[in-house]
Design a protein around this ligand. Structure first.
Ligand SMILES: *[C@@H]1O[C@H](CO)[C@@H](O)[C@H](O)[C@H]1NC(C)=O
Ligand SMILES: *[C@@H]1O[C@H](CO)[C@@H](O)[C@H](O)[C@H]1NC(C)=O
Ligand SMILES: *[C@@H]1O[C@H](CO)[C@@H](O)[C@H](O)[C@H]1NC(C)=O
Length: 249
């Protein structure tokens, strides 16, 4: 039972056609970014000018995690490097359904020279702010996203459809990243499942620690079905990247 209690999780895998090049050593871009961005779809430049020759690695990887709450900046944790193991795959995961706090990851493992060369995330990061008309008049949560800890967490009205105030810390280690992100806000997730109990994202391992509390308002009976949903789709690259995170008109 527990294994299926994953929050709203969407996996998209795109399996490339393998083109093994056994003879030559692999070169990969290498880099690491931890930042808070106003609008990373427009401004995040993932170009790395450093190149690594993979000693024992057989794959290049580029992986990032994006976390945003309503009206906060977006935490961007990104890594590029050689990695020893595959498989060759592009994975896109949306851990929570909007509105409220959103977390998504993108990870690409590939084995051609400098193939981890994505420069922009505009194709898959276009969250929309909830219009004022679909904000609750009465339900509010402390809201913030920060690398390390939040200096403050102003109370913000919750979008209709969210079910609780989430307050947690996501710890990431591996791939040159050793960092934590504090997250507070209204969410559609129940319990401590912002990251849907996923334990790795590319080369990073993920731990989630949180407390949560109901809204201060009594809620109508909770709908239990949606959080049992876990979906798996095999998609082509193009349609995948054309899928924006737009759920509202
Ligand atoms: C991204 O940064 C690189 C240098 O690090 C620069 O050459 C490139 O023009 C930048 N791209 C954009 C779109 O700003
Ligand atoms: C970026 O990666 C793609 C996919 O492997 C490759 O075809 C392309 O040549 C790479 N671009 C550069 C500048 O290395
Ligand atoms: C969202 O909540 C507001 C305020 O409570 C309400 O007026 C509005 O009708 C709700 N919208 C939807 C789509 O439920």
């Amino acid at each position: 039972m527990e294994a299926f209690c994953m929050q709203y999780v969407q996996f998209f895998f795109v399996l490339g056609t393998s083109s093994w090049t056994l003879a030559q050593p692999l070169h990969c871009e290498v880099g690491r970014t931890l930042s808070l961005e106003e609008d990373p779809g427009k401004t995040f430049n993932w170009t790395s000018d450093k190149v690594e020759s993979c000693v024992s690695g057989t794959f290049c990887q580029e992986t990032l995690l994006l976390i945003k709450a309503a009206r906060t900046k977006t935490a961007v944790l990104a890594t590029k490097s050689c990695v020893p193991e595959g498989p060759e795959a592009m994975t896109f995961v949306q851990y929570t359904s909007p509105p409220g706090v959103i977390a998504i990851s993108y990870s690409n493992y590939c084995n051609n020279i400098l193939c981890n060369n994505r420069t922009s995330i505009s194709q898959f990061w276009r969250p929309l702010e909830t219009p004022v008309s679909s904000l609750s008049a009465t339900l509010r949560c402390p809201t913030c996203v920060a690398l390390g800890s939040c200096p403050s967490a102003p109370s913000q009205p919750c979008p209709n459809g969210t079910v609780q105030c989430y307050q947690g810390r996501i710890e990431l280690t591996g791939g040159g990243i050793d960092s934590s992100v504090e997250v507070k806000g209204c969410t559609t997730t129940t319990g401590c499942r912002l990251m849907a109990r996923i334990s790795t994202i590319g080369p990073m391992s993920v731990k989630e620690f949180c407390t949560y509390q109901p809204f201060l308002q009594p809620r109508k009976a909770e709908n239990k079905a949606p959080w049992l949903l876990a979906s798996l789709w095999m998609l082509e690259l193009l349609p995948l990247l054309l899928l924006p995170l737009t759920h509202l008109p």
